[in-house]
Design a protein around this ligand. Structure first.
Ligand code: BT5
Length: 330
């Protein structure tokens, strides 16, 4: 873990960055910064050196001072948390250069009592996971691999509603941040141009009738080349033709997610169903669904108040699927 950057504005590096970001076009003199932060000039240089090692660049103009000229393309906790328009989500961010799976780390933190809204984020994963232990390919510095800890007061069977709420949040955030028309394939995939650019993995610890916590794992292919991804996968770079700000998108996702989660907690699932329908690429299509060992084929009609997909079979009967894999046929 990069403990220098917890995202809570506590370290001296974070205080220095805050000063530079407050006046992005102004040069600040070493003297000014030292006196504002009440540290010596030599201590200040040590912190600036630390920031340079993290990839921040400063240009220096004699008699004028220093200006922050480049922020690195890293998902540092400070970059995500600072000025984020949320109450809780992303206020505590734990950043890693490389992990096995962010979901595993978030799960451990949640078991130790981490607060709702805590985020674990990494530049790369060695053992990124999809559902049913499938692999999630996570190339370094290209995507967003993050897990958010939630503590909803719901029964375990309602967890799929949170997955759908998250899919709405991710698709909307991609649209707002990049203009790319992302759509949702039931239950947990975000597609662009018929290719999967994002997947969501919801895991939880629960008792019979209540969820203790839930870990929402979100993987997004942002600036990933198609050659680095499995067949059928897409990326925002490939779809939009230009690099995406991973920090910007992460922040927008956390803001949308908190808004929608609050709405869900207050008003229930129905406002989300409407949004989900508007963003769906599934409804009205012929689909093949695999649920456990059962396979069915038919037309995807709707989702119900539990987030289950309603499929009309060729014999006219309707089947309700709460979880499973879906292939869009036409
Ligand atoms: C998912 O599973 O789509 C959920 C993916 C969740 C990943 C996040 S990253 C942060 C957090 N930490 C983790 O360890 N996981 C979460 P599923 O619906 O089972 O889809 C998995 C399938 O998608 C694989 O079997 C591949 O076919 C395909 N796939 C693998 N990597 C991909 C990628 N980067 N982009 C698109 N498709 C991929």
């Amino acid at each position: 873990m990069d403990s220098r950057f917890r995202g809570n504005d506590k370290s001296m590096e974070e205080k220095i960055l805050r000063l530079f970001k407050r006046d992005p076009d102004t040069h600040l003199s070493g003297e000014d910064i030292s006196s504002k932060l009440d540290i010596s000039r030599s201590a200040l240089w040590k912190h600036i050196e630390k920031l340079r090692n993290l990839g921040y660049e400063f240009d220096a103009v004699p008699h004028l001072g220093y200006r922050l000229s480049k922020v690195p393309d890293k998902l540092y906790a400070y970059e995500i948390s600072h000025g984020l328009k949320t109450d809780r989500f992303g206020k505590e961010v734990v950043y890693y250069d490389r992990v096995g799976s962010t979901n595993n780390i978030a799960y451990d933190l949640a078991q130790k009592g981490a607060k709702e809204g805590t985020v674990v984020i990494a530049e790369a994963q060695n053992k990124g996971r999809g559902r049913l232990s499938r692999e999630w390919v996570s190339p370094k510095h290209k995507g967003i691999y993050m897990s958010v800890i939630l503590r909803p007061e719901i029964a375990p069977f309602q967890a799929s509603k949170i997955t759908l709420t998250s899919a709405v949040s991710v698709a909307t955030a991609i649209r707002d941040e990049t203009g790319i028309p992302a759509v949702i394939k039931w239950p947990n995939d975000i597609f662009v141009d018929a290719k999967k650019v994002s997947g969501i993995l919801t895991e939880m610890e629960a008792e019979c009738d209540s969820v203790k916590f839930l870990v929402l794992g979100i993987g997004i292919n942002c600036n990933t080349k198609l050659s680095e991804l499995p067949k059928g996968a897409g990326s925002l770079l490939a779809a939009g033709g230009e690099a995406v700000s991973r920090v910007g998108l992460t922040r927008t996702i956390l803001e949308k997610l908190e808004q929608n989660y609050k709405l869900f907690t207050k008003e229930g699932f129905s406002p989300m169903i409407t949004e989900w329908r508007n963003l769906s690429t599934t409804l009205g299509k012929r689909v093949r669904a695999t649920c456990m060992h059962k396979k069915i084929e038919g037309e995807a009609m709707d989702i119900d108040s539990d987030g289950a997909l309603i499929v009309r079979l060729d014999n006219g009967f309707r089947e309700r699927i709460l979880a499973g894999d879906l292939t869009l046929l036409r």
